[in-house]
Design a binder for this molecule. Structure first.
Ligand code: NAD
Length: 295
């Protein structure tokens, strides 16, 4: 049993903290939102009124916050509150530079730290089947592993500070680009009179196969569990895909990497979001792409 403080009890953090409780840890939770604190308390998390109360005596602090600015502000504050040696883990999706700044804050306090963003969405958070991509020292990773194992199924050490965030944005850039590719292929197939099932049967067993097609097919029918079968209810919201593609573009700009298709994918998801579609599943972009064809 580890004494864990969990900061950010939203759509992802709430169920993740609940899984730590289920695994037998003593979890104190803090969120700015009273609603989130109350929901966490109902799952056995001890809801704290302040950050200081939550991290008091904690052996490990996990943060699950919207953006890099939130993480830096919370880590800045908590580094003035925790004992040296407290393990600090950030599972938010943020930019690599801010992740490295957070590691530097932890090092300044003498705390081991990890950036450990996740994939698997709210379903994976609830079922404790998330994939964690971790960046930090071997020692910090070894210390965090049993804690992360209570919230996820696969835990990969990607390298030093920031490497987890780097892996996350590279993976999601592949996902955004491949989803648009699959959507374009179905839209073209429709114009050519090809049935969705016929294209799926061929592409899913041929060189066009990818996760966006075989697990998350953007048209209803071939993959019954995909969001296309339930009105594109997320799943993974288009606004979150836009966030990750934007982080990838910022990283490409700062490193000089050429990511022309990543840039186009970010523009298309930006347009989709501006059309008021950001709350729908990211595979719903097929509807916008069909419209563009007609223009
Ligand atoms: P969310 O908005 O539901 O939750 C964030 C929570 O942080 C909110 O409850 C908010 O009140 C709280 N918060 C903000 N500032 C705070 C502060 N200073 N102190 C305490 N609490 C604070 O977001 P989410 O969907 O849970 O996502 C969290 C992170 O996980 C994001 O970085 C997101 O990109 C990433 N992520 C989300 C998904 C997903 O499917 N939702 C999947 C993978 C990764």
């Amino acid at each position: 049993m580890t004494k864990i403080a969990f900061v950010g009890l939203g759509n992802m953090g709430g169920p993740m903290a609940a899984n730590l409780v289920k695994a037998g840890h003593a979890v104190a939770g803090f969120d700015l939102s009273e609603t989130s604190r109350a929901a966490a308390a109902a799952t056995g998390v001890s809801a704290a009124a302040t950050l200081a109360e939550a991290v008091d005596g904690a052996e490990c602090v996990v943060t699950m916050l919207p953006k890099g600015t939130h993480v830096l502000s919370v880590w800045g504050e908590l580094c003035g509150l925790v004992e040296a040696g407290t393990l600090l883990v950030d599972s938010s999706t943020i930019d690599v530079e801010n992740a490295r700044r957070a590691h530097a804050l932890a090092a300044g306090r003498g705390c081991p730290s990890l950036d450990a963003p996740v994939s698997g969405g709210t379903g994976g958070a609830a079922a404790a089947t998330l994939t964690f991509m971790a960046g930090g020292t071997e020692a910090a990773f070894a210390q965090a592993q049993p804690i992360l194992a209570a919230m996820g199924r696969r835990i990969v050490h990607c390298g030093g500070p920031g490497a987890g965030q780097a892996a996350k944005i590279c993976n999601n850039m592949i996902l955004g680009i491949s989803m648009i590719g699959v959507c374009e292929a179905f839209a073209l197939g429709e114009k050519l009179g090809l049935s969705h099932q016929a294209l799926f049967d061929v592409a899913s067993t041929s060189s066009g196969q990818c996760w966006s097609l075989t697990s998350y097919c953007p048209v209803p029918g071939p993959v019954p569990a995909s969001p296309a079968n339930s009105g594109y209810k997320p799943g993974f919201a288009a606004a979150l895909m836009l966030k990750d593609l934007t982080l990838a573009q910022e990283a490409a700009l700062s490193t000089g990497a050429a990511t022309p298709l990543g840039g186009l994918a970010a523009q298309l998801y930006g347009l989709f979001d501006r059309q008021g579609q950001g709350g729908r599943d990211f595979s719903a972009i097929i509807e916008m792409l069909r419209g563009l064809e007609e223009a």
